[in-house]
Design a protein around this ligand. Structure first.
Ligand code: ZN
Length: 299
């Protein structure tokens, strides 16, 4: 049996805009409603990684609780979503992970046990903290040469934004894409689930954004190749994938990826991607379940 999960990194608009006063973030509204419609259509449940600071709003907490009640897995995506996450000190890492952990447990009644770092910014020190805090799995590894253009493009998008820009380049994992495993493995008791990639020594990581960057025909070919090569396949998506400029008429959107373009077109591309995964005859599972299955094989 082979498995597929959908990993939704809930990079909110509130976070992107710096939490402006009085702003009602469509991420915690129509955008996630669109995502949930696809879960119903295809019969899966998301694994949703929430930024802790978003839980400061009661309205957001109510939405997160609703997602958990409908069977979606809720994971930890750090408190402040610093792009240089792996470069933070041990004390900062502990605070970022623990504060979000406590906020999510309080919101949903269940402590999270899955994690993804912002911008796939990994470090050994981060793994120490995850292991100490009892996390069962991590999905922060990006084992592909696409890492380099990804980091540079991300920096380019934040040019002129001072601290945000410099944090993107402040990393401790510059060599990890060259030496890291492409298959699940155990580290300090934590199941490591690297972003799935196409086969071969120059395997390219695949997630929904590659369709926007490389073109959809190329994307679907890569998606099929990665599905054929990986028993434990997961597909990373972001709110921006189903967000359009009409969702925020009053705010500047220049620093945000893929906000332009028609929503109907985005919904069609997302449906096509899910159909490719479904056609690969996978069993839909959450990331937590997938990590458990992988662990049983690894120990
Ligand atoms: Zn993120």
């Amino acid at each position: 049996m082979s498995y597929a999960s959908i990993s939704l990194n809930l990079d909110s608009m509130d976070h992107a805009f710096g939490y402006p006063a009085g702003y009602e973030d469509p991420t915690f509204g129509p955008v996630m409603d669109r995502f949930e419609a696809f879960a119903e259509q295809f019969g899966f449940r998301y694994s949703l990684y929430v930024i802790g600071r978003d839980l400061e709003k009661q309205r957001h907490r109510a939405k997160v609780r609703g997602w958990a009640e409908r069977g979606h897995e809720i994971g930890n995506h750090t408190w402040n979503h610093h792009a240089n996450f792996g470069a933070l000190s041990k004390a900062e890492l502990t605070e970022e992970i623990h504060r979000t952990h406590a906020g999510l447990a309080d919101t949903t009644g269940q402590a999270p046990d899955g994690f993804i770092a912002p911008a796939w910014s990994y470090s050994d020190r981060m793994m120490d903290v995850l292991a100490e805090q009892g996390y069962r799995y991590d999905t922060s590894l990006f084992p592909s040469l696409l890492y380099y253009p990804f980091v540079l493009k991300n920096a380019w998008n934040h040019l002129g934004q001072g601290e945000k820009f410099w944090r993107i380049l402040d990393r401790r994992d510059w060599l990890q894409p060259l030496v890291g495993s492409r298959e699940p493995y155990l580290d300090r008791g934590v199941v490591m689930l690297p972003v799935p990639s196409t086969p071969g020594p120059l395997g390219l990581t695949i997630w929904h954004t590659t369709g926007f960057l490389l073109g959809w025909e190329k994307h679907f070919g890569m998606l099929r190749a990665a599905l054929a090569a990986r028993k434990y396949f997961y597909y990373v998506v972001h709110p921006a994938d189903l967000t359009c400029s009409a969702d925020f008429p009053d705010l500047p959107v220049n620093a945000l990826e893929r906000i332009g373009g028609s929503l109907a077109e985005k919904q069609r591309r997302f449906a096509e991607s899910l159909q490719v995964i479904e056609d690969a005859k996978r069993e839909w599972v959450t990331m937590g379940t997938m990590a458990g299955l992988a662990r049983a094989e690894l120990v």
